[in-house]
Design a protein around this ligand. Structure first.
Ligand code: E4P
Length: 228
């Protein structure tokens, strides 16, 4: 499973990209607004920080303007993926941009039927928003299950399932088990995946015991050197 980072915070992206675990980035208008910065400037910087796909969302709602905005965003860098909404106009624009060679991430997907339409429109990615479904008492993971099953049953579909609106570690683990291609993670969720109290406790005990030996791995020991 690929991990994308769901943020427009350049410092966060730089920091997490250094882990070697980040395959791409997703942004949306809310995340861009949070930075308080110029969209094109931020997008250019993000695209320079990661080799993988960087999703940038259009703000128009009619197909013609969505296509125009998509072209402008795609011109920023070769790794830009244009995000279009799951509406009739959004899918019409998805078809046009895809035919022009620009990959499209169809966003705001809340049903398997919508995911089927996005695949038909040639989307490179479909983004089911699982956390927002959980928020209203629905089952976000069930949607991921339905889409992976549906896409799996239709061999001609090449659209990748990009699990979005991820809230916690188990969303990621469950989505991976279901065969989703990508999960886009808020930085806090990615960092949280490292955590386990037994890892911290175990490491502390190993280091305490190691200190008692008085040895240093890099400099070697007197005993070790004598044996050489
Ligand atoms: C990513 O592409 C989505 O825009 C994002 O995951 C939405 O997450 P939210 O529901 O936490 O805003």
């Amino acid at each position: 499973m690929k991990f994308f980072i769901d943020t427009a915070d350049v410092a966060e992206i730089r920091d997490l990209a250094a882990t070697g675990l980040v395959d791409g980035v997703t942004t949306n208008p809310s995340l861009i607004a949070k930075t308080g910065r110029d969209f094109f400037e931020v997008l250019g910087e993000i695209c320079g920080l990661v080799d993988g796909p960087v999703s940038a969302e259009v703000a128009a709602t009619d197909a013609e303007t969505i296509v125009a905005e998509g072209r402008a965003l795609a011109a920023v860098a070769p790794n830009v993926v244009v995000k279009t909404p799951l509406t009739p106009d959004g899918l019409k624009a998805c078809r046009t941009l895809t035919e022009e060679g620009t990959p499209v991430n169809v966003t705001l997907c809340f049903s398997a039927a919508q995911a089927l339409l996005a695949a038909k429109a040639g989307a490179a990615y479909i983004s089911p928003f699982i956390g927002r479904l959980d928020d209203i008492g629905a089952d976000g993971m069930q949607l991921v299950h339905d889409i992976t099953e549906l896409y799996g049953a239709q061999p001609e579909i090449e659209t990748q399932v990009l699990v979005a609106s991820v809230r916690h570690t188990m969303h990621v683990v469950d989505a991976a088990k279901m065969g989703a291609d990508v999960a886009t993670l808020p930085p806090k969720v990615l960092r949280g995946m490292f955590d386990h109290p037994l890892t911290d406790k175990g490491l502390e005990a190993f280091l305490a015991d190691w200190r008692k030996t008085g040895q240093s791995i890099l400099s070697g020991t007197a005993k070790g050197r004598a044996a050489e």
